[in-house]
Write a protein that binds this ligand. Structure first.
Ligand code: GLC
Length: 603
């Protein structure tokens, strides 16, 4: 094992900005680029190395900007290209890199490529998307006539009928997000040209949205149906037949030969450890690291809106397998949160007043001390919690709104509708107006709402809490989504002033990674896999060994690691309680974390 990180991003920490909700300088209630620029000093103080910006390109905002209608401009709601250049220069001036979100599994249906593609079967751009006629022997538009039985990620069929041509187009996400046909070399070249355009402008890499879905089995077979409804087509588009070829080609056409220090991270739902090792093997030239989903799906049943309990044993088994699987070849990315996940302190921690800060700092410590590159999602460094949603009208996310409408329709609680219950309202705005029918419908609606409150992506999307003041200091206007009322106590201003805050704990975690190569590249060794309360592991590099402990409970817990007395007497590098009363044992208080360090003389 080399003593020093071989690559810069092994000792880097990435911070994700969700621009809509970060800081609104213009006062229209939606965050913008000027707002981000005004907070760069804050990010520099936190110490992060890379900023990843969720999409700010022109978009109808059906899926909050992940539906792009122009890849080489900025949506006026966020600013201008000149603002972007200023943001890039100001970030670079502070020593931070800037990585963009690359959303090329699909475009918006308002992108000129798709507008042209839908003009007719003979249009030269027809083959840029996935068009298919109805199922053999069926009339277009008839129930079940879709070319495959696949469901979309946002409820309903993955196919939308184009009345004019009598053909359907594929959309794995909303009907306003048609999937690009990567089999077509012209599509690939257009994407690569766009990526080069941004790199030439100075950006430092890309986070690649659902990039393991770009290669589909062109035969488009039906998928298995699990318990009624639509089929699961994922076996035919998750890490499909040409995915490695496409990523290698992308590397060759976009990144190879550039001397800049770039970062590529592929978002890959459903990726396995074995596949991830291939994707991130440096010799294969595909991506630097991937976002895997296993650990954020452990607490869910048939889908994310049927949550199950959280099991620490499952979490350790899963993350431990990823650590082991990518130990020799490849690299992990480490995350609890992003714009698609509920807030971790409300999910795996305890967001009560008593334990919020302790559990948030414990969770951060355990994650950041794993081997891999950590990602901090805006507000995580403050211990921001899940939101308060009174009713369905408080939600904004298309996934939540469509799910609500579909779930109520399925229970028969909604207004009866012929055919596909979602056919008439699969845009966010339309679904928002759908409601329960009363009576039995109220009970069904209450159940669905309970699931949304726990798992909705909107939990992550409420405005960043800067101050205790009006709108949490996010905007002088009416925010596009409600501000969490707990901003009066949980906010950046208060945390910056408190040396024991979650913010300062995250700042120390980031500094540890910068200062100690062991955090970046030391060997990882899981301990106590069967302990129901304590997360424990070691890191080792040369003559140095660290022990990391996290109590995942509100009860006292003893860490029964090998040589506990030796560790208890070792140097305590960081903890989340003011002092450790007893240097002879490893009894952890509620949600306590500790990092110990020992050095032994080399032989
Ligand atoms: C990714 C994004 C998510 C988006 C989806 C479709 O999962 O993170 O926000 O809805 O892709 O683009």
């Amino acid at each position: 094992m080399a003593s020093n990180p071989a690559v810069w991003w092994q000792s880097a920490v990435v911070y994700q900005i969700y621009p809509r909700s970060f800081r609104d300088a213009s006062g229209d209630g939606i965050g913008d680029l000027a707002g981000i620029i005004s907070r760069l000093d804050y990010l520099q103080r936190l110490g992060v190395d890379v900023l990843w910006l969720s999409p700010t390109f022109p978009s109808p905002q059906d899926d909050a900007g992940y539906d792009i209608s122009d890849y080489t401009d900025i949506d006026p709601v966020f600013g201008t290209l000149a603002d972007f250049d200023r943001l890039l220069a100001e970030a670079h001036r502070r020593g931070m890199k800037l990585v963009l979100d690359l959303v090329v599994n699909h475009t918006s249906d308002e992108h000129p490529w798709f507008q042209q593609s839908r003009r007719g079967k003979d249009d030269p751009k027809r083959e840029w998307y996935w068009w298919r006629g109805p199922r053999a022997g069926m009339a277009a538009g008839a129930p079940g006539a879709e070319p495959t039985n696949w469901g979309s990620a946002f409820s309903g069929s993955a196919w939308e009928l184009d009345e004019a041509s009598g053909e359907y187009y594929l959309h794995l996400f909303s009907r306003k997000q048609p999937d690009l046909n990567w089999e077509n070399p012209q599509v690939r070249e257009a994407v690569y040209a766009m990526m080069r355009w941004w790199l030439d402008r100075g950006v430092d890499g890309f986070r690649m949205d659902v990039i393991n879905m770009i290669s589909k089995d062109p035969r488009l077979p039906d998928g298995p149906v699990h318990g009624g409804g639509y089929g699961d087509g994922s076996a035919h588009y998750i890490c499909g037949p040409r995915i490695h070829e496409f990523l290698q080609e992308m590397h060759q056409r976009v990144f190879a030969g550039r001397d800049a220090q770039l970062l590529t991270v592929g978002e890959m739902p459903g990726v396995t450890v074995e596949q991830a090792r291939l994707f991130t093997d440096p010799d294969r030239h595909e991506v630097d690291m991937v976002f895997q989903f296993e650990h954020v799906q452990l607490d869910q049943g048939i889908d994310k809106f049927h949550p199950t309990g959280f099991s620490l044993l499952d979490l350790k088994a899963s993350l431990g397998r990823w650590q082991a699987g990518l130990a020799e070849v490849g690299w992990n990315s480490l995350y609890w949160n992003n714009h698609d996940q509920p807030r971790v302190v409300s999910r795996f921690g305890d967001d009560s007043d008593q334990y919020r800060a302790l559990s948030a700092t414990m969770l951060g410590t355990v994650l950041h001390l794993h081997r891999g590159t950590p990602y901090v999602y805006q507000g995580e460094e403050l211990g921001m919690t899940n939101a308060v949603f009174a009713g369905i009208s408080d939600f904004r996310d298309i996934e939540s709104l469509n799910y609500y409408a579909a779930a109520l329709a399925a229970t028969g609680s909604d207004q009866p509708m012929p055919g596909d219950p979602l056919a008439d309202r699969t845009t966010a705005a339309e679904a928002a107006s759908a409601g329960a029918g009363g009576g039995a419908g109220d009970a069904a609606a209450a159940e669905v709402l309970a699931a949304l409150r726990r798992m909705s992506r909107d939990n992550a999307r409420t405005p960043m809490q800067w101050t205790a003041g009006r709108n949490a200091g996010f905007s002088s206007g009416e925010p596009w989504i409600g501000v969490n009322p707990n901003h009066r106590t949980i906010n950046a201003e208060a945390e910056l002033a408190d040396p024991d805050s979650v913010f300062h704990h995250y700042r120390k975690l980031i500094a540890l990674r910068h200062d100690h190569p062991i955090v970046a590249v030391g060997d990882f060794g899981m301990l106590l896999p069967q302990d129901e309360q304590v997360y424990a592991f070691t890191r080792r590099l040369d003559s140095e060994c660290w022990l990391v402990l996290g109590n995942f409970s509100g009860a006292e817990a003893t860490a029964t690691v090998p040589d506990a007395p030796g560790w208890a007497a070792a140097q305590l590098l960081l903890g989340n309680y003011p002092a450790v009363p007893d240097a002879t044992s490893l009894v952890l208080r509620p949600w306590e974390c500790r990092i110990y360090r020992r050095t032994t003389a080399p032989d």
